[in-house]
Design a binder for this molecule. Structure first.
Ligand code: FES
Ligand code: FES
Length: 163
């Protein structure tokens, strides 16, 4: 359970019914009212691709798509999510070229940031990448990586977006 959920549920322990559409499937979950989306995905739905690293909205490891837009699931209350959620598990086919490019170019090492990077990059690839490399780096700047130095990740995204 994330720090955010612990904090927000400690005074309101009652459970509430929650209906979420995740990766195309509608799921009903009994959740504490203050539960964050990351905990619902990981603990209730066993979708463990999104990671908790900072747990406070600073690193992007927990990135998922809600209504097609990247959100930080560690600081998003599950109860307010009312659009379809896509996790990295739901992007397996779509993200294959990107994951291959990242493997090819050394775009991951420990892999802790990778799911969040793939999700964020998928959003950008769907919209069409910025032409300018600085703009691409800026668009990916909410996702931190302590291992790779970013260059290989950005090169992989660019390779897929502009073959
Ligand atoms: S774990 Fe969510 S932003 Fe770091
Ligand atoms: S590959 Fe280790 S944090 Fe990015």
């Amino acid at each position: 359970m994330s720090v955010a959920t612990l904090f927000t549920t400690s005074f309101r322990p009652e459970m509430a019914g929650l209906v979420l559409t995740v990766n195309g499937e509608t799921r009903s979950i009994d959740a504490a009212p203050g539960a964050v989306l990351l905990d619902i995905l990981r603990d209730d739905l066993e979708l463990t691709g999104a990671k908790e690293a900072c747990g406070r909205g600073e690193c992007g490891a927990c990135t998922v798509l809600v209504g097609g837009r990247s959100v930080l699931s560690c600081v998003t209350l599950a109860a307010v999510v009312n659009e379809p959620v896509e996790t990295v598990e739901g992007l397996v086919s779509e993200s294959l070229p990107l994951r291959e490019a990242m493997a090819d170019l050394g775009g991951f090492q420990c892999g802790y940031c990778t799911a969040g990077m793939v999700v964020r990059a998928t959003e950008l690839l769907r919209a069409g990448l910025p032409k300018d490399d600085d703009a691409l780096a800026h668009a990916m700047a909410g996702n931190l990586c302590r291992c790779t130095g970013y260059r290989a990740i950005l090169a992989a995204v660019r390779r897929v977006g502009q073959p």
